[in-house]
Write a protein that binds this ligand. Structure first.
Ligand code: ADP
Ligand code: MG
Length: 261
């Protein structure tokens, strides 16, 4: 049994504080859903957990079984059992998935293992032969990110909108596979999502609502249903506050939509 513990995590980018005191605790085998409006800092949280260098951590701690991860380079965090599936995966021309996962472990990964997972996730051979994410559709990217997750068997996975770009069938395949990992290997999951739909197969133990750079309320699976019904405004009203504005003025869902470009 392992525990990923995030305590009072604060982080800034270019002088603006985005994460404003995040507290979360995920144990092996558990699924935690993190739901929040655009621009509330969810992807920032995933990047800061993984150690992306353009964010400045100003306070708090992130531990796995008591060992501090903050300050470690990304690969060291991965080695300690943390894995991130990206909202916007990058293309890596010339590097196949099998090369990537093989290089990511000390013991090596053989093609047969990758093939088995590809079968379970309905990933066609042509995607195994290409460079990682090169000319993959959104759905293919998310399936193959899940394939990497399944093969590498980390202790904790952060899924940043794994459901975006997936059709209903692919969503079922991916979420079932991840749910199975929570039982087979005791994977602990932090699933960032907008939609309760993901959570019908990937059943959350806890649901956290994220606004203004922190968790504002937590509950059981019924909280996701409430959100679906009343929206963030409705939930904020019940809790007695207004939905905070996006944490910085420039909200860009599309990473290529550079203002003035
Ligand atoms: P979410 O994933 O909840 O939609 P993000 O974490 O992507 O939110 O973004 C939160 C806020 O932080 C946004 O206003 C975004 O523009 C800003 N932000 C995130 N990363 C960067 C960055 N690397 N540089 C500048 N601003 C950023
Ligand atoms: Mg995001």
């Amino acid at each position: 049994m392992s525990v990923l513990k995030i305590t009072n995590l604060r982080a800034s980018v270019e002088g603006t504080e985005i994460l404003r005191g995040v507290d979360l605790e995920v144990s092996s085998g558990e699924v935690h859903a993190l739901m929040g409006p655009n621009g509330s800092g969810k992807s920032t949280l995933s990047h800061v957990l993984m150690g992306r260098s353009d964010y400045t951590v100003t306070d708090g701690s992130v531990t796995i079984d008591g060992e501090e991860l903050l300050g470690l380079p990304t690969w060291e965090r991965a080695r300690r059992g943390l894995f991130l599936t990206h909202q916007y995966p990058v293309e890596v021309a010339g590097v196949r998935i099998v090369d990537l996962v093989d290089a990511a472990t000390d013991h090596g990964i053989d093609e047969a293992r990758v093939q088995t997972e590809a079968g379970r996730l309905a990933v066609r051979d042509e995607f195994l032969a290409r460079g990682v994410n090169v000319e993959f559709s959104g759905g293919e990217q998310k399936r193959t990110e899940t394939l990497q997750l399944a093969v590498l068997e980390p202790r904790f996975a952060i899924l940043d909108e794994i459901d975006s770009g997936l059709d209903v069938d692919a969503l079922r395949v991916v979420s079932r596979r991840i749910e199975a990992m929570t039982e087979e290997t005791g994977l602990g999951v932090l699933a960032i999502t907008h939609y309760a739909r993901l959570l019908t197969e990937l059943r959350p133990d806890r649901v956290h609502v994220f606004m203004g750079g922190r968790v504002v309320t937590s509950g059981g699976p019924e909280l996701a249903d409430e959100l679906e019904a009343v929206g963030y405004d409705g939930l904020a009203e019940r809790l007695g506050f207004a939905v905070p504005k996006p944490v910085s003025a420039e909200v860009t869902e599309d990473p290529f939509a550079t203002p003035g470009f």
